[in-house]
Design a protein around this ligand. Structure first.
Ligand SMILES: Cc1cc2nc3c(=O)[nH]c(=O)nc-3n(C[C@H](O)[C@H](O)[C@H](O)COP(=O)(O)OP(=O)(O)OC[C@H]3O[C@@H](n4cnc5c(N)ncnc54)[C@H](O)[C@@H]3O)c2cc1C
Length: 240
């Protein structure tokens, strides 16, 4: 009985698929491909994310962790996520690390407003590994010829995803991704066209604040030109 209720709840709130591939694509990033009949024709705008049901306990006891969709094929019902291994043992990273073909996984429908603005003089992206997943999908969705600038920070050179758009790659080495001066300095050094574009800042919350402060305070952008999405920050669990 309890199992039936749980199944009904799962079906109403979540889409369910099966892991069909899991591949280490950088030293600390792992792509997980999920497929299934339930995943066809989802409404997804690049930049949007899903919330995975992970941890022990299923629909009644699991927890939700948020991951951007890197790539989606609506015809075949195939979703690719990429997770960054931040080294802890928390539910999200443990799921990414241990995902294997044959596992069932449930997640919410795609959601979120961190997507590209269609009308923009140019687009500026800045963030670290976690943000680079959304950035890949967003840059691929831009029309041909759109101006793209930006910086992606990773721990080491081997941690960078292969992204379109010629984004500058920087490394923080052993420094923390939280309050990252490396990312702020790299954005400060960018040669940008005259006047503001639209910025997309994601990743660690306080680093994002510092990059926004630079754009608004030093480059004279308005706050409306800057879209931000905090993905995580030290001590907070399961931000979405
Ligand atoms: C809209 C959105 C989209 C996201 N997309 C992606 C994505 O595509 N790929 C991806 O890898 N992540 C993504 N994230 C970030 C991911 O949801 C968080 O890293 C999440 O905290 C991981 O869950 P967890 O269970 O491992 O850690 P939690 O239980 O949430 O946190 C445990 C501890 O780990 C710390 N922590 C969490 N993330 C990091 C990190 N990156 N570096 C260092 N410490 C960390 C927390 O501060 C906390 O102290 C996204 C987040 C949001 C809100």
């Amino acid at each position: 009985m309890r199992r039936t209720i749980a199944r009904r709840l799962l079906d109403r709130l979540f889409r369910t698929g099966e892991v069909v591939e899991a591949e280490q694509i950088t030293a600390r990033m792992r792509r997980v491909r999920i497929a299934g009949e339930d995943l066809g024709e989802l409404r997804w705008t690049p930049g949007q994310h899903v919330r995975l049901l992970v941890g022990a306990g299923g629909p009644l006891g699991g927890v939700l962790r948020t991951y951007s969709i890197w790539w989606y094929d609506p015809t075949w019902g195939v979703v690719d996520l990429i997770g960054y291994d931040h080294g802890g043992d928390s539910p999200g990273v443990a799921w990414i690390r241990n995902a294997r073909p044959g596992q069932e996984v449930s997640f919410t429908r795609p959601e979120g407003s961190f997507v590209v603005r269609e009308e923009a003089p140019y687009h500026l992206f800045a963030g670290e590994e976690t943000a680079s997943v959304a950035f890949g999908a967003m840059v691929r969705a831009l029309p041909a010829g759109a101006g793209v600038h930006g910086v992606v920070e990773a721990g080491e050179p081997g941690d960078h995803l292969d992204l379109p758009g010629g984004l500058v790659k920087v490394c923080r080495g052993g420094a923390s991704a939280a309050r990252s001066q490396v990312l702020v300095d790299a954005v400060r050094e960018l040669e940008l066209p005259d006047g503001p574009g639209v910025a997309y800042l994601a990743g660690e919350a306080r680093t994002i604040q510092a990059v926004r402060a630079h754009l608004v305070g030093e480059r004279g952008w308005s706050r409306g030109d800057v879209r931000t999405k905090p993905f995580w920050t030290p001590g907070r669990r399961g931000m979405d």
